[in-house]
Design a protein around this ligand. Structure first.
Ligand SMILES: NC(=O)NC(NC(N)=O)C(=O)[O-]
Length: 401
């Protein structure tokens, strides 16, 4: 069952954790090589859910652990693995999470990165339960073709903290403004890591996309990213731009119940709930464009779907975006929003599709704001449209939050 934990704003975490996790298994991330998976397989590193600890769970190889754990090394060398990003892009930061690895955590790590676009990469995905296994000679030979030992170092060799609740997140800010497709995680010399989260923004090669082609301009695969929100108590708004339909409520944006809800609720003549407050989430599109079709999916949100939603758009420069982020998109210092989708009554657990006259023509937009009222959950947001080229595209794609 999916684990759902509250997402706290300003909880002392670095800003980069607001970006998309480009290696998450739900974004298509895959481990393609690991030297050793004796106690627990490397693919656990990429799970979306926070790590668990089950005190009485043991396998035939030792204590069951929710992460990647190698055996105590009794031969020369160190352990390492190679991860293929689900969404290639620019990395802004990493969280090496050692949750629950205390007497067996990895003392130090480093991370290397490469862009293997256009290179022949041996098909190496590690499948199935690999507990108790080590890399075979043929796997070592195949991965050697990647020369990962020479990839660019994006996190230098650094000591980790153990996996107690107040020390398990090991955050590393990354300054490497290049597209990355693969990373290599080095453990020195061995041990356990619960999760690896690689935060960044997807980067699509837009030169191969014609302005006639209809594309989802906000999906994380095309470089969409959440750049602000009012509340993410149960689920971060970035979940709405994930792949496919949501697995569960945990895979959507869900706010807390607003405390300014009237004691007794009333509706207007159009059946729209009369409430003072609302919640919002803002996304930078992967590429500026004109939006013609919209999907709002409340899949899984049955007793907690919003009463209504609307969408607005604006066209701003990367410099303006930085200023608005600094001021937390406050209404007096924010952009001028143009209406893209008028307030629409929503249904529970339902895929709402809007096209034709429903979608207002507001020209080229670089950012959108989804407003929901009074609160609740939305599992997916899709914004189909056509790109409009601009000279600032590259800057737009790599600028930081
Ligand atoms: N109790 C343990 O966790 N022992 C060992 N690890 C596992 N998973 O059994 C170890 O020391 O490396």
């Amino acid at each position: 069952m999916a684990n759902r934990s509250a997402v706290k704003l300003n909880s002392g975490q670095p800003d980069f954790v607001q970006f998309n996790n480009l290696v998450c298994e739900t974004a298509g991330g895959k481990v393609i090589f690991a030297t050793d998976e004796w106690f627990a397989p490397a693919r656990n590193l990429l799970k979306r859910e926070p790590a668990e600890f089950l005190a009485s769970a043991f396998t035939e190889f030792g204590k069951w652990m929710d992460g990647w754990e190698t055996r105590r090394k009794r031969i020369p060398g160190h352990d390492w693995c190679v991860v293929q990003l689900g969404v290639p892009g620019v990395i802004h930061g990493v969280d090496v999470d050692t949750s629950f690895f205390t007497g067996n955590y990895t003392p130090s790590i480093s991370i290397q990165a490469a862009c293997l676009d256009g290179r022949s990469v041996p098909s190496l995905v590690l499948e199935g339960d690999r507990t108790g296994m080590a890399a075979s000679e043929s796997q070592f030979e195949a991965v050697a073709q990647l020369h990962s030992e020479s990839w660019e170092e994006i996190v230098p060799v650094t000591v980790l903290r153990p996996g107690y609740s107040d020390s398990c997140h090991n955050f590393f800010s990354v300054t490497f403004p290049h597209r990355v497709t693969h990373i290599r995680l080095n453990m020195y010399p061995d041990g356990g890591i619960a999760r690896l989260r690689v935060y960044g923004v997807g980067q699509r090669n837009w030169s191969s996309v014609s302005s006639q082609e209809e594309v989802d301009l906000v999906t994380l695969v095309n470089g969409g990213v959440c750049v602000g929100y009012s509340d993410a108590h149960f689920g971060h708004p970035r979940n709405m731009i994930g792949l496919g339909r949501a697995d569960s409520m945990a895979d959507g944006w869900e706010t807390a119940r607003r405390l300014d809800r009237p004691k007794v609720l009333k509706m207007d003549e159009k059946g729209i709930l009369q409430v003072p407050g609302f919640e919002w989430a803002i996304f930078r599109l992967g590429h500026p464009g004109v939006i013609s079709r919209i999907e709002i999916d409340t899949n899984h949100f049955k007793g907690n779907f919003p009463d209504w939603c609307k969408i607005e758009g604006c066209s701003i420069t990367p410099e303006e975006e930085q200023t608005y982020i600094k001021h937390k998109w406050s209404s007096d210092k924010g952009p001028t929003w143009k209406m893209l989708l008028l307030p629409q009554k929503l249904k529970p657990h339902f895929r709402h599709l809007y096209s034709g006259e429903c979608v207002l023509q507001c020209g080229r937009v670089s950012h959108v704001r989804l407003v929901i009222a009074p609160d609740g959950g939305v599992s997916r947001l899709r914004l189909w449209g056509h790109i409009i080229s601009s000279n600032s595209t590259n800057l737009h794609q790599i600028s930081k939050l």
